[in-house]
Design a protein around this ligand. Sequence first.
Ligand code: GLA
Length: 388
Amino acid sequence: MQAELVKKFQEVYGAKGDIRVYFAPGRVNLIGEHTDYNGGHVFPCALTIGTYGVVRKREDKVLRFYSMNFDHLGVLESSVENLKAEKHADWTNYPKGVMWAFGERGMKVEQGMDLLLFGNIPNGSGLSSSASVEVLTGYILKDLFGFEVSNQDLALIGQYSENNFNGVNCGIMDQFAIAMGKAEHAIFLDTATLQYEYAPIKLDGAKIVISCTNKKRGLGDSKYNERRSECETALAEIQEVVGINALGDLSGEQFEQYKHAIKDEVRVKRAKHAVYENQRTLKAVEALKNNDVAQFGALMNASHVSLRDDYEVTGVELDTMVEEAWKVDGVIGSRMTGAGFGGCTVSIVKDEAVDTFIEKVGKAYQEKIGYAGDFYVVEIGDGPSRLA
Ligand code: GLA
């Protein structure tokens, strides 16, 4: 893989100079969905698939970008001066945003670079290819220019650039999971305090399977922002009757006690999801500590039902994928993962059932939806690194 990427880099940009190779993973969230902007807990892990970056520093201020996932775009040029989001070169807004965000933190990027990227995260799958590019860029800047930043800083800088440069109002989960990833572990993160713990994922006799709906995402971003503001309004209403900082501060009982303060049925459902999903995440991590994988799976299933009925971020594609998965023997748990409205589901499937799972769910999905899904048996990987 690395040799091929370097070869391509040399074809595109020439062979001279100090050429370095880096990698940053994608992520999947096991449970704790739409809780990260509600001061709740999440439980994601980094994957062994992700984004590769090959880079060489330049003596001038020119930035050159090439993505092997978008060969038809060719080399896109920019400059480290006056970085701003540019519509025509969509994907380069992610690395440029991170360079801009370093500057905002007093770490100005003064020199240009030639950059070639290749991602093996399926496109638009909701496995955080954009956060992967952000953390990768931050890691490259740190290594090339000696900026003193921790991996946690890289997560915060990535989120800051996505919020302020790319205008997507995401929480911290994706960038954190990627920057702080650890092989064979999920990250139990309290998004209110950024305190975290690594939890070993020992699925003896089972695998993590990601099922991609291949649904093109359309309204995703605007619906995402809509959910955020519904939760903010519900929080403000509850704050009229009790002093809390976030919906994640509430237990289930407290929510039942105070929910009357929320003046709209739909907002009650949104807040209910945020509160109970946080509680489910706490319970799921506890179940895993007790080696109770069946309970973990049951909580994943309950998470999906809540995202479907109360948070309303699934849609027929994700629901079909999950409901067909639930029918297969040997499926311990299955739910949508990420923002929703399309993208992927995550399932825990017993080893001996994986082939049947892919066959049966794949067939039923194709029949009901009219096009095929894709299936990936994944491994939990480490955070960003330099490979050469
Ligand atoms: C997207 C966002 C995350 C998080 C999830 C939903 O992936 O980028 O911050 O809010 O949706 O859990």
